[in-house]
Write a protein that binds this ligand. Structure first.
Ligand code: ATP
Length: 321
């Protein structure tokens, strides 16, 4: 059974936005679970029929973070609780979704002074693994891959090569990317170095809506393998989990961003894969559907995430000899 948690983060206005009078929406946090959205241009309406209409629309979420929320606060109240599940063999996926310029890359990756969810998660994972190892309870291996999906093509961000990689089915690990760099990691510092290296290879361009807009989905996949020996039978066992953390490309309306040519084709591919992702999530969480058909094949992103969205067949400890 897949569990879904949806949280919203509101970022501070940029200088450019503060200087610009034309605001299309005002988003405000109400406590830690509700957000109101309001179009200030509605105030100028002379229409008597609409004057009494409730201007603010209220939306509810599992978590809401206002402009003052720090990276660690967001991490503590969204992703931190997933780490124990991953160490117990459950797959988990964290997605940052939103309009271009909304703060997805800042939230997922952050910067040197304010590291984002990817780095904070790995730091916490390593800290728990160290505690378990010291208590004699664990023998964990952590490896990761970092890729981008750009115009429906998968590229390895760690190798820096422009080769397009294919998806393959693997009996134990589910869908895997053939030929991708799998890097062993032992500390959050190593992770930061790899992510920084990978991001230099990411497809970013200036668009009408963001000066440094990510034009691809960046997918960090962390594979955690736990090995142990059954004290009674002497059998060697292992369990395996995959944690995917994804900085999605910005959703956008072509008319609003004034994108043309290549930027517009990228935008169409981005929106198509975001639609496929939305369809899969809706099909998975809809309680009314008994025999669910989830169409993962509509995009590379959803094919890649199939194993993470479905109950993990690898969750049980497997006997390896
Ligand atoms: N919570 C925040 N606090 C401070 N600055 C932020 C915050 N969120 C975003 N920013 C800043 O806002 C700008 C846009 O953010 P970012 O590039 O992360 O957006 P994005 O959603 O990834 O956009 P795109 O989809 O176009 O790549 C950046 O300069 C970023 O540093």
């Amino acid at each position: 059974m897949a569990r879904l948690m949806v949280a919203v983060r509101i970022r501070p206005l940029t200088q450019r936005e503060r200087a610009n009078d034309h605001v299309t929406a005002i988003v405000k946090a109400h406590g830690d679970q509700a957000v109101s959205v309001w179009d200030p241009n509605d105030d100028a309406l002379e229409d008597v029929l609409r004057r009494e209409r409730q201007r603010e629309k209220l939306f509810w979420f599992d978590g809401v973070f206002d402009e003052t929320a720090s990276q660690t606060h967001v991490f503590d109240h969204t992703v931190r609780h997933l780490i124990d599940s991953v160490l117990h063999g459950f797959n988990a996926t964290v997605l940052a979704y939103g309009a271009t310029g909304a703060g997805k890359t800042y939230t997922m990756l952050g910067n040197e002074t304010s590291p984002g969810i990817m780095v904070l998660t790995l730091a916490d994972l390593f800290s728990k693994i160290t505690t378990d190892n010291e208590a004699g309870a664990g023998n964990y291996d952590v490896v990761l891959s970092y890729m981008e999906i750009y115009n429906e093509n998968i590229r390895d961000l760690l190798s820096g090569k422009a080769d397009i990689l294919e998806l393959r089915e693997d009996a134990v690990r589910g869908v895997v990317v053939a030929g991708i760099t799998i890097a062993p990691v032992h500390s959050p510092e190593e992770v930061m170095t790899l992510l920084r290296k990978g991001n230099k290879n990411r497809s970013q361009e200036a668009t009408g809506a963001n000066e440094v807009s990510s034009r691809s989905h960046a997918v960090l996949q962390v594979y955690v393998t736990y090995r142990t020996t059954d004290p009674q039978s002497g059998q060697r066992m292992q369990r395996f989990a995959k944690l995917s953390m994804i900085d999605l490309a910005g959703s956008e309306r072509a008319a609003e961003t004034n994108n043309r040519g290549m930027r517009m084709i990228e935008g169409a591919n981005i929106n198509r894969s975001l639609l496929a992702l939305g369809n899969c999530i809706n099909a998975l969480v809809d309680p009314a559907k008994k025999n669910k058909y989830v169409n993962y094949r509509d995009s590379k992103l959803t094919r890649l995430l199939k194993a993470s969205f479905e109950p993990s067949p690898t969750r049980r400890d497997r006997c390896v000899g």
